[in-house]
Design a protein around this ligand. Structure first.
Ligand SMILES: Cc1cc2nc3c(=O)[nH]c(=O)nc-3n(C[C@H](O)[C@H](O)[C@H](O)COP(=O)(O)OP(=O)(O)OC[C@H]3O[C@@H](n4cnc5c(N)ncnc54)[C@H](O)[C@@H]3O)c2cc1C
Length: 471
């Protein structure tokens, strides 16, 4: 699209990066004023869509010199207000930067521009016979590599490979003053970006989960792996939710799975496969286990081990369709049907896996006590395995956006839930405005001091994503 521009700020930016990349029409600013959370909207003053690290550097340097806020965004699929510009300024839409810069098949890495989506990158790698470890959040057809690294996302493949930053070998980052820095082995000017931990501290890690407050990521290098020869899609149903949770933990401890997901609420299952509850009556939870191996014997042995654990915990096999929808046919699409239910109140956070059953029962008790289902709210409960015997625990309530009363009740329930999650030892992996208001006063003072010192040193004028600082 060719943008037309009116304001002085927009004209200056056009001078810097050229025509067709800058927009300040009201309808465009309005569409960039929100993410996928119930957080209040706020408009940027101007939107710029750069196409290279050099362009990002010019824009950020100009903003630094003129003390103008800059908010980097990717797919803007944040569920916690993280991509909403709290203080106006320049919104940097990074989705113009979506090229694969280098696929190194010998050294097993891929370097990409940070605005590429996970779905796009996976399809390019697949054609070449490679896969990623962490394959993206459930929003991976819209979420970008840069956005997920900036918000420590959990998702497909986290059980074996960890969160979004885990497979990261290095970054190219535009610092708040506009200078460009490279981390990982490429910090040595003669070396390729093949290794993360080298002669100095891990400065890649500094920018992981920073929510765009310390730098703008323009390029990322990720480890790649051979496409597996054998995939096992396993799915088990449970009448007893606690047994489903024990099975989940048991499989996770045996370290045999690429991915494990638990759905702990029968109503939710019906939205993914219509007729599920008629096909499999009496089930209260489902656990999906995905195994990937390059050797068929190894895959079969792992599948047998999982089947043994399933029978020990009283599971019923429900065939492979559900697991195939999750992993193969419908990757990145399995939760879309939930939006038929309305808008969500996303409360995803990390928990040690042994606590899933306790949290599910607590959540169910609360919404039963408040008679939320009778009042038209639909709860969805799930857990996605992470690679250190922890999970992302997901408990959402969907509400009718057309009713202000429905919204108010759901949001009250949400706020109380986030506060309770933190007091009970849960840890959010995103921050965003929704979690930030609950994190205040609960962070270790030394952590706060360290973050503030780093922020002050890198961004003394506080131009990068003001309002999104963790402390
Ligand atoms: C249907 C759906 C399913 C989802 N499932 C999951 C899930 O399974 N797991 C999960 O973790 N999340 C999930 N999310 C939330 C969200 O999609 C993820 O957190 C995702 O990683 C955000 O990526 P993004 O490109 O959309 O980032 P954005 O929302 O655009 O930005 C997120 C944060 O990163 C910063 N940022 C973005 N790009 C850059 C950059 N290049 N440099 C510096 N900072 C940057 C932004 O300022 C912001 O603070 C889901 C959302 C939806 C709508």
């Amino acid at each position: 699209m060719k943008y037309t521009t009116d304001s002085e700020l927009a004209s200056k930016l056009v001078e810097l990066v050229g025509e067709g990349k800058v927009a300040d029409q009201e309808y465009i600013l309005a569409s960039y004023s929100m993410d996928v959370s119930p957080e209040p909207r706020r408009r940027p003053d101007v939107v710029v869509r750069p196409f290279s690290t050099e362009e990002v550097s010019k824009i950020v340097r100009f903003a630094f010199e003129n003390s103008i806020p800059v908010v980097p965004t990717g797919g803007r699929t944040s569920m916690c207000g993280a991509s909403i510009p709290q203080r106006g300024g320049i919104l940097l839409d990074m989705t113009g930067m979506q090229k694969v810069i280098e696929l190194n098949k010998e050294e097993m890495y891929v370097t990409v521009e940070c605005g590429i989506t996970w779905g796009h990158l996976i399809s390019i790698l697949k054609e070449e016979g490679f896969k990623l470890g962490f394959r993206g959040p459930y929003s991976g057809t819209a979420a970008t590599v840069g956005g997920s690294i900036s918000s420590n996302s959990i998702g497909y493949g986290s059980c074996r490979w960890g969160q979004a930053p885990a497979g990261l070998l290095g970054l190219t980052v535009v610092l708040p003053n506009g200078n460009i820095a490279r981390t990982g082995s490429q910090a040595l000017i003669y070396a390729n970006p093949f290794n993360r931990y080298n002669m100095g501290p891990d400065l890649t890690g500094l920018f992981c989960g920073d929510h765009g407050t310390l730098g703008v990521k323009t390029e990322a290098t990720l480890s790649i792996h051979l496409i597996p020869e054998h995939v096992e899609h396993l799915a088990y149903g449970f009448e007893d939710v606690e047994k489903a949770c024990q099975f989940f933990c048991d499989v996770q401890k045996h370290e045999v799975a690429e991915d494990i997901v638990l759905i702990g609420e029968t109503g939710s299952l019906e939205y993914i496969i219509e007729g599920f509850n008629d096909m499999f009556p009496g089930l209260n939870a489902v656990v999906i286990v995905i195994i990937e191996e390059n050797c068929s014997g190894a895959a079969r042995a792992k599948a047998e081990l999982v089947a043994g654990l399933a029978s020990k915990h009283g599971a019923r096999s429900i065939g492979d369709l559900y697991a195939k929808i999750h992993w193969t046919f419908g990757m990145f699409e399995d939760i879309h049907p939930f939006f038929q239910l309305g808008m969500w109140t996303p409360e995803c956070h990390n928990l040690p896996s042994h606590r899933i059953a306790e949290k599910i029962l607590e959540f169910k008790k609360l919404y039963t006590k408040l008679r939320l289902r009778e009042k038209g709210y639909q709860p969805v409960i799930a857990a996605m395995a992470n690679n250190n015997n922890s999970v992302s625990f997901v408990a959402h309530v969907y509400y009718d956006v057309r009713s202000s009363e429905s919204k108010r009740t759901a949001l009250d329930f949400w706020e109380q839930g986030m506060e309770r999650d933190l007091l009970e030892g849960g840890v959010p992996y995103w921050s965003g405005t929704s979690w930030l208001r609950h994190l205040r006063g609960k962070l270790d003072p030394g952590y706060v001091e360290l973050y503030r010192a780093v922020k002050q040193a890198l961004d003394p004028k506080g131009i990068l994503h003001p309002g999104m600082e963790i402390a």
